[in-house]
Design a protein around this ligand. Structure first.
Ligand code: SAM
Length: 244
């Protein structure tokens, strides 16, 4: 149930998230490479490969919380008929994304649209693929975002969610905690001048639902053949589902 105060909490969360990405937009890509030691590129490659985009046929894609465009650029480079929409709530992130698209000569095939994952500004049954990478953790009402993903996909469309997981394999967990809490926030402060957004980042990973619970939420949104692929010792999970 969504009582008055719960709603205030959730709206406050979105406000905090917006501040974080507003502050870091200009240095976001640099920090991504730095903090994941380049691994975010590999994780995104695995996700985009899984979409199985044809080299020639048309593919209409939506990347939500797409920020500076990484996933969308990979999607359109998979096939000559692929087009992508990047939807993000934050205008600063989209601004960086538009610049990057122009630098790559991809502005004709990638469109940047400001919007909320919980209320997507697209008609129903529009897209062949929907991705969200390291974004759903930031959305206050996760179930609502998954319901929206299901709505905008056409029947036969594919959902893929890439997200950090709170469940890391034993043996790696201690080192991972040390890295997360003792290295990431100070490193964030060094590069962006502010540790707080990075403190938020590591805390939000711990609060995200465990992989099996999240898979249940995907199924609840109406998706079929829901699956989970843990990567890098469970630091990240790739979740998938089909709208049929
Ligand atoms: N997908 C990109 C990537 O992997 O590099 C960006 C991920 S970044 C960690 C999270 C993004 O989620 C930010 O750009 C932020 O603005 C966006 N975001 C947060 N809340 C959102 C919402 N409710 N709807 C859409 N995007 C949102």
């Amino acid at each position: 149930t969504d009582f008055g105060f719960r709603r205030v909490d959730l709206d406050a969360k979105q406000g905090l998230v917006d501040d974080v990405f507003h502050k870091v937009a200009g240095r976001y890509d640099l920090m991504n490479d730095f903090m994941s030691v380049g691994l975010h590129r590999v994780w995104k490659d695995v996700m985009v490969n899984r979409l199985g985009i044809s080299k020639t046929r048309a593919f209409n894609h939506l990347d939500v919380a797409g920020g500076t465009g990484d996933v969308a650029f990979k999607v359109v480079s998979e096939g000559s008929g692929a087009r992508a929409n990047v939807c993000d709530i934050n205008g600063e992130m989209l601004k960086v994304g538009r610049q990057r698209a122009a630098e790559r000569d991809l502005d004709a095939r990638v469109e940047f649209v400001q919007g909320n994952a919980e209320e997507l500004p697209f008609p129903s049954s529009t897209f062949d693929g929907y991705t969200i990478a390291f974004g759903i953790r930031n959305v206050p009402r996760i179930q609502k975002a998954l319901d929206e993903a299901h709505r905008v996909l056409r029947p036969g469309g594919r959902l893929l969610v890439l997200e950090f997981s709170p469940e890391v394999i034993p043996g790696l967990d201690r080192a991972y905690d040390l890295y997360s809490f003792n290295i990431i926030p100070p490193m964030g402060k060094l590069v962006t001048g502010d540790a707080q957004p990075y403190q938020y980042l590591v805390e939000s990973i711990r609060k995200f639902p465990r992989p099996q619970v999240f898979a249940g939420m995907i199924a609840k949104a109406g998706f079929s053949r829901v699956d989970v692929t843990p990567m890098t010792g469970g630091v990240v999970c790739l979740h998938g589902g089909w709208k049929i």
